[in-house]
Design a protein around this ligand. Structure first.
Ligand code: ATP
Length: 227
């Protein structure tokens, strides 16, 4: 018995060593986060989300409606729980995409750095990628603790028809050289110009929103829009 153990010692040692290397090199979970008001969620969001999910090889992508955008505090918003519920309905059948209520559960303005700190506590091994729209580039350098944001998370800008992402990125880097190279731009993938503003206007005018939002969201909106 002792002899057998001695003979297998090198094998055991190398197995343990390989297991240790495997543990050290274990792939961090690739966790994407797409923020926004989602007032309401529409197919433009979903097309951009799915495309980013595939191109960035994400394991999960959380769609996270904010309670309030710190730089748009005067905005007239539908209740955050309704917006979250519509996101939930929209991604119910979507593998890898999930609705996340982390920001809607917090009071007041939704600061990204607080969300990232929260996510790190919940998913200490995950590599977080934050997806944002081109519009966010205009203010990104003024976001709370932006240097720490780019340390904790990869920041990727989603393409959107009609928006000049490359120029906006260059303008950001000129304003804030400390952010040079810290924000990537996702160039490929299908794009469609649908906006939540347009959907809200159509609803107000009694026009159809069919094909602009998932069917379950359309039903939810019709049920909850006063006539
Ligand atoms: P609103 O019209 O109310 O400003 P929105 O349609 O731009 O809303 P948001 O909730 O502000 O939607 O968007 C969340 C994120 O999704 C933002 O980063 C935004 O740039 C991005 N986004 C929204 N619509 C599209 C679209 N059609 N294609 C790509 N990205 C989009």
């Amino acid at each position: 018995m002792q002899e057998l153990a001695q003979r297998n010692q090198p094998f055991l040692a190398s197995t343990l060593f390989l297991a240790y290397i495997g543990y050290m090199n274990r792939k961090a979970e690739q966790l994407g986060v797409m923020g926004g008001t989602f007032n309401p969620i529409h197919h433009g969001h979903l097309i951009a989300a799915r495309s980013a999910f595939e191109q960035l090889h994400l394991d999960r992508l959380l769609l996270m409606p904010n309670a309030r955008s710190p730089l748009r505090m005067d905005e007239d918003l539908v209740d955050s729980l309704d917006r979250l519920e519509m996101v939930r309905l929209a991604v119910e059948q979507e593998p890898g995409l999930e609705a996340c209520g982390l920001e809607t559960r917090r009071e007041g303005a939704s600061f990204l750095i607080e969300t990232l700190d929260d996510l790190q506590k919940r998913h200490p091994d995950a590599q977080v990628t934050f997806l944002m729209g081109v519009d966010s580039l205009e203010t990104f350098d003024r976001w709370k603790e932006v240097e720490r944001i780019v340390e904790i998370a990869k920041i990727v800008v989603l393409p959107r028809p009609g928006s000049e992402a490359i120029a906006a990125l260059a303008a950001l880097e000129a304003r804030a050289p400390r952010l040079k190279g810290k924000v990537q731009y996702l160039q490929d993938g299908p794009q469609i110009e649908i906006s939540a503003t347009d959907i809200r206007e159509r609803l107000k005018a009694g026009q159809s929103i069919r094909y602009l939002v998932p069917e379950a969201v359309e039903v939810y909106l019709k049920r909850n829009t006063p006539c």
